[in-house]
Design a protein around this ligand. Structure first.
Ligand SMILES: [Zn+2]
Length: 193
């Protein structure tokens, strides 16, 4: 059996799914690639160059480098590619949720807000009410502030009905930067950097 001289690329072909607050790989969701060593399918696999120049596919558990140095590269590339796949699935999930959030917000913004009424010590907007003090209502700034409060409360309630609980946009810039860095690092590992 020829020894592996070089790692050309590494792939985690599995799909990841959301499970609680994390993303986990779905077993069996990967694409089949026959391993040059065992002939079986490895969902996480490397494209490698053998010492005779041949390029083959090696599974993550079968890839044995010709040196300790290559062996160490296999290890870091294998673990990094899984982290990367997980992060990409997470980003896709976040982006999907953000689209749903923006759609829900556009719907709510298009809804006519019910006229705000004063009922005793409460300001009422549709089925949402906020407490106020009759004396405060004499001050236009207070009136404006309380009015804004009950209006936002009403919109928030509609958002929760359409989008679900705790409607908000998820920040994704940090994750995009992380993915970029990890892709760069992975390419470095595979190219001997
Ligand atoms: Zn194998």
């Amino acid at each position: 059996m020829n020894a592996i001289k070089k790692i050309l690329s590494v792939t985690d072909t599995r799909q990841y799914e959301e499970a609680g607050d994390r993303y986990i790989p779905i077993p069996g969701s990967g694409i089949a690639h026959d391993c040059y060593r065992c002939g079986k399918v490895h969902e996480v696999h490397y494209e490698v160059e053998l010492d005779n120049g041949e390029r083959v596919i090696a599974g993550s558990t079968c890839a044995k480098g010709e040196s300790v140095e290559i062996q160490a590269r296999f290890k870091s590339a294998g673990s990094l590619v899984k982290t990367l796949a997980r992060n990409k699935a997470m980003l896709a999930g976040y982006e999907k949720k953000n689209v749903a959030y923006l759609e829900a917000r556009a719907k709510v913004e298009a809804m006519p807000v019910p006229i705000i009424e004063i009922r005793g010590d409460k300001l009422v907007c549709g089925n949402v009410e906020v407490w106020t003090r009759t004396a405060n209502m004499a001050d236009p700034r207070d009136r404006e502030e309380r009015g804004e409060c009950v209006r936002n409360g009403w919109k928030h309630k509609r958002m929760s009905e359409i989008f679900g609980e705790h409607p908000h946009l998820i920040a994704t810039d940090w994750l995009k930067r992380k993915i970029e860095q990890q892709e760069k690092r992975l390419a470095e590992i595979c190219n001997g950097g």
